[in-house]
Write a protein that binds this ligand. Structure first.
Ligand code: CO
Length: 206
């Protein structure tokens, strides 16, 4: 049986390196987590939340799925948002997509991908909402733009969730952001959506 021993070896090395720099690191962290950020990103192996923003364990609460989709009926994602907002009291929710997203690309194709097409349906809807803009672009630019529009749409879904609305109604210090990451240079771009109140969200919905 292959027990993936090389990964356990790497794990020991990783933990040792951290303890060498900060002997109390894991003991302190085991007492609590108090992250300021909830990251909702794509499952893509090239977009690891903590590493991109150079934050150690304990600093980011993370939810990832294919193409960073926030669906109003997805109990998994909604539970993550609720726990992060109500219990961890995160101050920022970042929806981070990435250019060249395979899920977004697949949503633009007509062929059958199996079960996942039901998930990608949500991105096809985003494409339909913005068809007039997207039709003007060539294939490459269209994929890039749909990746951006998908992030903006999913961030709006976060803003419209009952959890976030209730938090704002209770006066919580909570902002929702939309970012996109470039796999080809390792850099993040802010899509200039930053919502911190119901009033700002209403402007977004109009
Ligand atoms: Co992706």
């Amino acid at each position: 049986m292959n027990k993936l021993t090389h990964l356990f070896e790497r794990n020991i090395q990783w933990a040792d390196e951290i303890k060498e720099k900060n002997p109390g690191f894991f003991t302190e962290l085991s007492k609590q987590q108090a992250p300021e950020y909830l990251w909702i990103g794509c499952s893509d192996s090239r977009v690891p939340a903590n590493q991109i923003v150079a934050l150690p364990p304990g600093e980011v609460f993370v939810h990832r799925n294919i193409a960073n989709v926030v669906v109003h009926t997805d109990l998994n994602c909604l539970s993550v948002i609720q726990f992060a907002v109500d219990y961890l009291k995160v101050k920022h929710i970042v929806v981070c997509g990435h250019y060249g997203c395979g899920g977004v690309k697949a949503s633009m194709e007509e062929e059958d991908h199996g079960l996942i097409d039901n998930w990608l349906r949500h991105i096809k809807d985003v494409g339909r909402f913005h068809a007039a803009e997207l039709e003007q672009l060539d294939e490459h630019a269209r994929l890039d733009r749909l990746c951006e529009l998908n992030v903006l749409e999913q961030a709006a879904n976060v803003c419209n969730s009952s959890v976030v609305q209730n938090a704002w109604n209770s006066g919580a210090d909570l902002s929702v952001h939309a970012w996109i990451y470039s796999i080809d240079n390792g850099l993040l771009k802010d899509l200039n959506l930053s919502v911190s109140s119901i009033k700002q969200m209403e402007q977004l919905n109009n």
